[in-house]
Design a binder for this molecule. Structure first.
Ligand code: SF4
Length: 91
């Protein structure tokens, strides 16, 4: 729920593939496509939104696990620190 993918898609990629829906505990990430599936959206592997998720929820296919679990940025650095670092620079 950090919204980095939302902002990257909207502000950098110019696509608005993601958005947050709902409020409070009911809030959740939705994909802007007819089926709600990422594969049916105009999301592309080279989109900035494909590289900003601080928890690894959005990973590139076939290369998402090149860095072993335990050594990924998500494993080394608290999510709050990643979000702060990513949010203070151009996503
Ligand atoms: S945690 Fe990942 S999937 Fe969730 S809003 Fe942030 S960037 Fe998007």
């Amino acid at each position: 729920m950090c919204e980095l993918c939302v902002r990257a898609s909207r502000d950098v990629d110019g696509k608005s593939v993601f958005r947050l829906a709902g409020r409070g505990r009911e809030s959740h990430l939705v994909v802007n496509s007819p089926t709600g599936q990422l594969g049916d959206s105009n999301f592309a592997v080279d989109d900035k939104a494909a590289t900003v998720c601080p928890v690894g929820a959005i990973l590139k296919k076939r290369v998402g696990y090149v860095v072993p679990i335990g050594e990924r940025v998500y494993d080394r650095e608290p999510i709050s620190a990643q979000v702060k670092r990513l949010a203070t620079r151009e996503v």
